[in-house]
Design a binder for this molecule. Structure first.
Ligand SMILES: [Zn+2]
Ligand SMILES: [Zn+2]
Length: 470
């Protein structure tokens, strides 16, 4: 089987040189498949506690098809060396030798006689762990900045070198400035000559997700909406106040507000929801789940080929869903009939489900009032600090429009006055996952659909209005 694939690839390579790129597409299986991946994780290259190839291997050995390594402000293109003596108890070098053989573990002494271990570049990790059609390693970077005490983090997926960050006065200014850096990096890509002959000649699609908006109450729904260079945000980052609290809304509520703001006020596409692990700890799987372990939040991406290009492009256009466990077989939106059909995969394993269709009307009021102020205890000198809180909007934003209980499939027909609809499928037979004190359901969240006609109308109306002003 493997030999057959290699042969097919060789022949395909010859064909690609002779035919234009668009024609060459036909040689692939055009059927779309679901690919499971994690888009946010760390390694020894920043504050993760394992070698980058071991970080990737955890996912490869646990049924994922792709991962994106996103170390803080670092996308290594050369190998490096690290003193890992503080991780003695976890024995990372021992597990590395078990996985890849003793010869794979390289050490050297620094000037002071300290032992350093070799860290592979991201490209070397790709070469080592990639398996055609089965597993893919994608290089990325967590752009890690802050504004005052607020962290401003975002994962850039599919990057060629370190992008690095800037710091500005406010959270929004910092988010916008760093998102613009990521976009500039995307545009600066010039493919090497060998790549020009392949299917996807001249672009490196970069997916950008704003991370953990409620971790330290960093980003409001208004920031998620206004950072229009970002494609998505973390709906689920284990242990990061995803459910909100008495003062701040949940990330799911923020998603509906941000999506409605984007469509109605920024006249642009919705923000996509991602679930990711933000993995730091590959060794210590605690029962009470206070460590940032792998295997909690993931995305299921639908595309034709397991390639960096296809996965990144599918993420950019929202051809994926976020999940904490529930696996779907079907997510189909028919733009003609305006029907959204969702079906749970028969192999999912849940015993009963609730399927909710959630959406917002085109005519919803965008009036808002400031949320009551709240101060959080500071970790430092005991002074409290004012929290950034999303404003209070109409309850008609993100309303549950239809609930189907006890079935594994459902269809929702969008009424003409709806701005968008999305679907949430919850496994009600599961007690959910408790991570650092909050219990998240075992669920899947599909992206907003059906918004294109409304967005076209809103854009046309804005144009007419601008003309009338002149
Ligand atoms: Zn972060
Ligand atoms: Zn992170």
């Amino acid at each position: 089987m493997k030999r057959l694939i290699v042969l097919t690839l060789l022949l395909a390579g010859v064909a690609a040189q002779m035919s234009p790129p668009a024609m060459a597409l036909g040689r692939y299986d055009r059927t779309q498949k679901w690919y499971c991946g994690n888009t946010h994780m760390h390694s020894f290259w920043s504050d993760g506690n394992h070698f980058p190839e071991m970080a990737a291997s955890w996912y490869k050995n646990n049924g994922y098809q792709f991962v994106v390594l996103t170390d803080h402000n670092n996308r290594p293109t050369e190998e490096g060396w690290k003193d890992i003596s503080r991780y003695k108890a976890e024995d990372p070098a021992g597990t590395l030798a078990n996985e890849f053989g003793h010869d794979h573990v390289k050490t050297k002494q620094d000037a002071k006689g300290k032992t350093l271990h070799r860290l592979l570049s991201y490209d070397a990790v790709s070469k080592l762990v990639n398996a055609h059609g089965e597993f893919l390693f994608i290089p990325g970077e967590e752009l890690t900045s802050k504004a005052g005490r607020n962290p401003v983090h975002m994962s850039a997926i599919n990057t060629g070198k370190t992008i690095g960050v800037v710091q500005k006065g406010t959270v929004l200014e910092t988010a916008k400035a760093n998102a613009a850096r990521a976009r500039a990096h995307e545009k600066s890509y010039t493919p090497p000559n060998t790549l020009r002959q392949m299917d996807h000649p001249d672009t490196r699609p970069l997916f950008l997700q704003l991370n953990h908006p409620n971790w330290r109450w960093d980003m409001t729904a208004e920031v998620l909406a206004a950072t229009t260079d970002a494609d998505g945000f973390e709906l689920i980052n284990p242990g990061c106040h995803n459910l909100g609290d008495a003062h701040s809304p949940s990330t799911e509520r923020m998603w509906d507000i941000a999506t409605t703001l984007r469509l109605k006020e920024f006249l642009t596409k919705p923000i996509w929801a991602v679930a990711s692990d933000d993995t730091h700890n590959y060794h210590d799987f605690e029962k009470n789940a206070t460590k940032a372990n792998p295997g909690r939040g993931f995305v299921m991406v639908r595309t034709t080929v397991l390639s960096t290009y296809h996965i990144s492009q599918a993420l950019k256009v929202g051809n994926f869903y976020a999940s904490t466990g529930v696996v779907l077989k079907t997510v189909e939106f028919d733009p003609k009939t305006r029907e959204l059909t969702v079906e749970v995969d028969p192999a999912d394993g849940g015993k009963s489900y609730t399927i909710e269709f959630i959406g917002t009307s085109k005519t919803v009021s965008m009036d808002s009032t400031p949320a009551p102020a709240h101060r959080d205890k500071s970790k430092g000198k005991g002074k409290s600090v004012p929290r950034k809180i999303t404003r209070i909007y109409s309850k008609e934003i993100g309303k549950v429009l239809q609930t189907v209980k006890g079935k594994t499939a459902a269809t929702f027909k969008l009424p003409a006055d709806l701005l968008y609809v999305r679907c949430k499928v919850t496994d009600t037979s599961h007690k959910g996952y408790t991570w650092r004190g909050e219990t998240i359901p075992r669920a899947a969240w599909t992206q907003p659909v059906g918004w294109e006609p409304a967005l076209a109308e809103l854009k046309a109306a804005a144009k007419t209005k601008a003309k009338a002003k002149k």
